[in-house]
Structures are given as C-alpha cells and as structure tokens.
Design a protein around this ligand. Structure first.
Ligand code: ATP
Ligand code: MG
Length: 304
C-alpha cells in the first residue's frame, strides 16, 4: 500500500504548542482520525520505519542535532510497545533509551532535574525517556509523601511549587533547544475504560500475567488526580519548541502511527544531510585510497 505524504501530517492534530488554552477533555483517547483501518496504519508504520532509518543515519553522520523523545502515560497505555515498534528500525548504537522509576537515595539527594540530565542524548543521537522529570509534577504531585522524601528545606515547599517546577522545566527545555537538542513530548492518552480492559486481559491471559501489578490498580484509584496533574503539566510546559503530543492511545495501531508521524515530521524539519566532502577532504580521501592500494600491492608482491 502506498501512503501519501499528507498522512505523515497525522500528528499535527494532537500537537499542543501553547499550553494556556489546553483542556484534556478536548482530546478523545479513542480517536482514529485520518486513518481508515488497522491495515493502513500498519503499512504506514512500516514505511515510516524505513524513513526513520534514513533520517537517523543522517542525524548521526551530521553530528549536530540530538533528538529527545519523552514518553509519559498512565499504566498500560503502551509506552513500551510504542518505543519497541516505532524505533525498531533504528541503529541501536545511535539510540539511547532510559527508563526512570522510583528515585534512589543518591538521586533524592540532588535537585529534581539531576538524574535525567545525566542521560540526555549526545549530538547525533536519539534519546528516549520512558518516564522522565515530568514524574516530578505527576506522581510526586498526586502522592505528596514523595515530595517529603526529597528533603527539601521546608520553606521551599510552598503553594506554588508545581508552577515553579513547570518554570524550571520550561527553562531547561529552552536551554537544551538553544544547544541543538530537539525535544518532543508524548502523553499517551488512554481512557480509564480501556485501561481496565487491559488490566483484565493481563489477569485473563496466562502469557500476560507477569505484566499485572497490584500497584497499578492502586494508582488507578487516583485517576482524577492524575488527569488534573497531566492537564496542568501540559498547560504549564507545552511550548512551540518543546510541544506535547496528546496521542489517542485506546487503539494501539493508531497510537503507533501518530507517534511515528510526529518523529518523521520533526526529523524532516531539520533538513538533515550527510556532511559535504569539500575539496580539501576529497584530496585526503584520494590520498587514503592511494595509500591503501599501494599497501596491498606491496603485500601481494611480498607473498608472490
Ligand atoms: P513497566 O510497568 O512497563 O515495567 P513502569 O514505567 O510502569 O514500566 P514500574 O517499575 O512499574 O515501571 O513503575 C515505576 C514507578 O516509578 C512508577 O509508578 C512511577 O510513577 C514511579 N516514579 C518515576 N519517577 C518517580 C519520581 N521521580 N518519584 C517518585 N516515583 C517515581
Ligand atoms: Mg508499571
């Protein structure tokens, strides 16, 4: 199936550049706009995997930009699957994936951006954060006991702490952008009903039992608090340079297509190209070829 270039604009409808007027209720987790079938989506993801391979090679060879992809979601939204599918064609050497779980004692002894800063992608690479510093305004906000574990001086924990964290995150992301790191953030927007269906599947299907976690079910009870935290997080941190994509996640095939479209569009906008070989370099390459040939001729003579 041939997929038109227009379809690669699929992600635009879910991109939030300015948080101010963002409302989560305007985004339908079950949307499949722009695609007619699962088959069409699968064909499109296949095609984008090939495009991504090519773009990533140029990104690596050019060695100027880096791309940071951040994934946030409720449990069972399919973060792992997106990362696996969308990045399946990418050279593993040029891609760095980090998962951020509960912070260690050492991590808690530093500022909240410390642990992720150490994992930012090098130039020429694609870095993937499976959860990120955004947990600091999500799980930490929903469960204030996590904030208390951070040993912050008491008078720094004021009413505005979340707004302050949004500001710190915006400043970090603008600093990174100015230094050649392109940032794209994905909220995989699964509905509460679909999450329940997936949890039940994990209980019903023996090969999925290992994925079931009681803790995930407990988190589900805080659903409204999480949605409130997500909404304010996007309002406070969506910017034209570091936009959020609020990706419909109830249909995994659609979610994969939207995420891969967003990545392709982003990389294409960078006008990546293999480094040009100028005259000087051409001479060096010709000299290297001559030396190689001379060397192998000498070896042949020696053997003969
Ligand atoms: P999976 O379940 O697919 O393996 P996961 O990302 O859900 O992946 P878990 O080990 O189940 O991994 O959960 C990690 C937990 O760590 C999540 O509940 C997350 O909210 C929590 N976490 C991440 N960052 C922080 C943080 N800074 N402070 C407190 N908790 C955090
Ligand atoms: Mg989990």
């Amino acid at each position: 199936m041939k997929i038109g270039k227009k379809t690669f604009k699929l992600a635009d409808a879910y991109r939030v550049n300015h948080g101010k007027s963002f409302r989560l209720k305007d985004f339908d987790p079950a949307a499949t706009r722009g695609l007619h079938s699962r088959e069409e989506a699968i064909a499109m993801v296949q095609q984008s995997i090939a495009m991504l391979q090519d773009l990533q090679e140029k990104l690596y060879a050019q060695d100027e930009w880096s791309l940071l992809l951040i994934f946030q979601a409720m449990d069972a939204a399919g973060k792992d699957g997106v990362i696996k599918h969308v990045m399946s064609g990418v050279n593993p050497q040029a891609c760095q994936v980090y998962s951020f779980k509960q912070p260690s004692t050492e991590e808690l002894d530093h500022d909240f951006l410390w642990r992720t800063n150490k994992c930012l992608p090098e130039r020429g690479r694609i870095g993937i954060f499976n959860r990120s510093y955004y947990e600091e305004v999500l799980v930490v906000r929903v469960h204030p006991e996590f904030l208390h574990k951070q040993h912050l001086p008491q008078h720094l924990i004021g009413k505005k702490i979340w707004q302050e964290r949004f500001e710190d995150i915006r400043n970090l992301e603008s600093h990174l952008t100015r230094n050649g790191t392109v940032i794209r953030k994905f909220f995989l927007n699964v509905s509460k009903d679909e999450q329940k269906r997936r949890f039940l599947q994990r209980l019903d299907e023996p090969e999925k039992n290992w994925k079931f976690s009681e803790a995930d079910v407990r988190e589900r009870e805080c659903w409204p608090d999480y949605m409130h935290a997500y909404e304010e997080m996007i309002q406070g941190t969506a910017t034209p340079d570091a936009p959020w994509y609020v990706v419909p996640a109830d249909h995994k095939w659609y979610m994969h297509t939207v995420v891969s479209s967003a990545i392709i569009e982003t990389l294409e906008s960078l006008d990546l190209a293999l480094p040009k070989v100028d005259r000087e370099r051409r001479k060096e390459l010709d000299a290297a070829r001559a030396a190689l040939e001379k060397n192998s001729k000498a070896q042949q003579k020696h053997r003969g």
